[in-house]
Write a new protein. Structure first.
Length: 147
């Protein structure tokens, strides 16, 4: 106990320590609600802006992934739709071209048959004409040969 008294005297601590300690408690209890509430509010605000935003960031990231998947699905659907439309238009165009080709082919075929029949008719007329003249020509040839 003597050593404690010696240490207290070396630090120049006397009976006023109890009064100072009491004043410190009163001052602390008076200032603490005003000061520590504001510090606590600042700490909570900082925590909400840093730690709690992580969950918000995860939510935003998940929403971004969902939107990306929806975008990819829409792009794929649009691509398939455009492929179907282009295939349909292509087949329509090919069908129209086939119809035009068939009609032109029929037209040319009928024109060919008409000309063929005309030519055959002319040939048969000329053949009958030549055959009718063949007797005369044969007679003329025989006369020339016999002369």
């Amino acid at each position: 106990m003597d050593t404690i008294v010696i240490i207290l005297k070396a630090l120049k601590i006397d009976q006023t320590v109890l009064i100072q300690f009491g004043m410190l408690l009163i001052f602390f209890n008076t200032i603490a609600p005003l000061l520590f509430k504001k510090i606590q509010a600042v700490l909570e605000l900082r925590e909400s802006k840093t730690v709690k935003l992580e969950s918000h960031a995860h939510n935003v990231y998940k929403k971004a992934e969902d939107l990306a998947e929806q975008y990819k699905a829409k792009v794929e659907k649009t691509h398939q739709d455009s492929q179907e439309i282009s295939q349909k238009k292509k087949s329509d165009i090919l069908n129209k071209e086939k119809e035009v080709l068939k009609s032109e082919e029929d037209k040319l075929s009928s024109e060919y048959e008409l000309r063929k029949s005309k030519i055959l008719k002319e040939m048969s007329e000329k053949r009958t004409l030549i055959m009718s003249e063949a007797d005369k020509l044969a007679g003329n040839l025989v006369e020339k040969l016999t002369k």
